[in-house]
Design a protein around this ligand. Structure first.
Ligand SMILES: Cc1cc2nc3c(=O)[nH]c(=O)nc-3n(C[C@H](O)[C@H](O)[C@H](O)COP(=O)(O)OP(=O)(O)OC[C@H]3O[C@@H](n4cnc5c(N)ncnc54)[C@H](O)[C@@H]3O)c2cc1C
Length: 455
């Protein structure tokens, strides 16, 4: 395996009496195409030790709804089954990972711990704490991005064009089939509580998590993720470049929930799309547009969150954007909606209401409408700070792919100029790029989209 994917988080050497190797699965909830699991298994085999996969379930963290937790758990049950077939136990720890995880690591006398890379604050803090206290090796592996985030760039990138140049040089050497996980030769000695056994405890905890009432049309899990990828390639890759931007057309891949929970790797999606385009050259242009979104745009989001700790605040916006928003902070707002009015899709704008209804009903808003939706919240709330807070709340609570670097960046791009440039000055927005309803009418059959999601 390419060692540039792996970073060591502490300076200790292997403790000689370590009895096992652990992989703490978090952002990449899959067995296939998972370099963190591959690295952990290699280490375990090298030292003739058992290997276990740990998952820390923390239902009280973040802004996620009960339905999103349930969707994730469905995928984790599949991970547990697949790992069991490979003689690798899956151990779920319930509660605050800052206490449950060190306890388990200590109890199992670990030789090395592997984490998957997540650029967000919570997971990084946990990894740092474990690494600082550990008398064993702690590693983090970027198996979410095709090119590891630290290899693409050592600093926050300015815009898509700057990261694209760097990525395009590196991508060819990283687009290769990863190794397969083998049946683990060294038996795990301890007892393991299955998710099924823990279910009553999980149910009790989930009862305290607010529900958003969603049911999803897409099934959770690695198998469904691969099915969704193949369906996209066979039915919608052709024409994607054009169709993806039309909210009325179902032209996007629909893969973001699978990518967000790591049930599908970006590398697998890249490989399969490349194979398809190699077989049918008429797909090349559409494949390139899809791969730009999948790799350039997403890496830009990860890059931003990795290098800017203000990723979920307006303080993370570029200076020019912070200044222009401050200059227009007292501008009169034509509409001033509350969170409740917005949440209930009770605005004067039928396209906005349709987008919000699509989000609440299906757990996924169309990508083009997400930009319009966010910009209008800036226009129709008391302050940019209110708009930002409301957008994060609605996005993370209702969007199945929410709580993701792509979401934090998408929101800051829409309302605070991130990775963008100043445009013409106007009320409330200042020089932040503006969108209006007439633009939607000009570009699409927006009334058809509205009909799809009217009451
Ligand atoms: C206000 C706002 C909020 C957003 N919130 C989220 C979010 O919570 N989670 C999320 O994953 N994406 C978010 N996005 C980015 C983008 O809209 C979604 O990734 C995309 O619509 C997901 O649908 P898809 O997988 O069908 O997209 P496709 O068009 O099929 O794209 C394939 C993949 O490419 C990546 N991608 C596509 N567009 C972008 C983009 N603009 N930025 C970064 N990566 C991209 C995603 O991984 C996506 O799954 C947001 C964008 C905005 C403007």
């Amino acid at each position: 395996m390419d060692t540039t994917r792996v970073q060591k988080l502490n300076t200790r050497t292997d403790s000689p009496d370590g009895k096992c190797v652990l992989y703490v699965m978090s952002r990449d909830q899959r067995v296939a195409d998972n370099h963190a699991l591959i690295a952990a298994q290699q280490k375990a085999i090298e030292h003739a030790l058992p290997l276990a996969v740990i998952f820390c379930l923390q239902p009280k963290s973040g802004n996620r709804s009960r339905e999103h937790f349930e969707w994730m758990l469905e995928g984790l049950r599949e991970v547990e089954t697949q790992l069991s077939a490979l003689s690798i136990p899956f151990l779920m720890l319930i509660g605050d990972a800052k206490t449950t995880l060190p306890g388990l690591i200590h109890h199992t006398n670990t030789l090395a711990v592997y984490f998957d890379m997540n650029p967000l604050r919570g997971p990084r803090k946990l990894q740092k704490k474990i690494a600082e206290e550990a008398p064993y090796d702690v590693f983090v592996v970027d198996t979410h991005n095709v090119v590891p985030i630290w290899t693409v760039s050592e600093k926050q990138e300015y815009a898509a064009r700057t990261i694209r140049t760097k990525l395009s040089k590196l991508l060819p050497q990283y687009i290769s089939e990863p190794q397969k996980i083998q049946s683990h030769p060294h038996h795990w000695p301890g007892s393991v509580k299955s998710i099924k056994t823990l279910q009553p405890m999980i149910d009790a905890l989930l009862e305290d998590i607010p529900s958003n009432g969603q049911t999803f049309s897409f099934k959770s899990g690695e198998v469904s993720a691969h099915d969704a990828l193949h369906l996209f390639i066979s039915k919608r890759l052709s024409g994607y470049a054009q169709a993806r931007n039309d909210p009325h057309d179902d032209g996007q891949s629909g893969l973001s929930p699978y990518l967000h929970f790591g049930q599908l790797s970006r590398l697998r999606a890249t490989l399969e799309v490349e194979y398809a385009a190699a077989q049918d050259t008429s797909l090349r242009a559409d494949a390139d547009v899809f791969l730009e979104e999948l790799n350039v745009r997403s890496s830009l989001s990860d890059n931003y969150c990795y290098y800017n700790s203000h990723y979920d605040s307006l303080l993370g916006a570029p200076d020019w954007a912070q200044k222009t928003l401050a200059k227009h902070a007292d501008d009169v707002r034509e509409f001033d909606y509350t969170l409740k009015q917005l949440e209930d899709a009770q605005t004067h704008d039928p396209a906005w209401n349709a987008a919000q209804t699509q989000l609440v009903r299906t757990g996924k808003m169309h990508g083009y409408m997400r930009m319009y939706w966010a910009k209008k919240v800036l226009e129709w709330t008391k302050s940019p700070e209110d708009a930002h807070r409301i957008l994060i709340r609605l996005n993370d609570f209702y969007s199945l792919d929410g709580g993701d670097p792509n979401g934090y960046v998408g929101i800051l791009w829409s309302i605070a100029g991130l990775h963008d440039r100043p445009w013409f000055e106007r009320p409330v927005y200042g020089t932040i790029r503006y969108m209006n309803y007439n633009g939607l009418k000009r570009k699409f059959l927006i009334d058809q989209y509205e009909k799809l999601f009217s009451e």
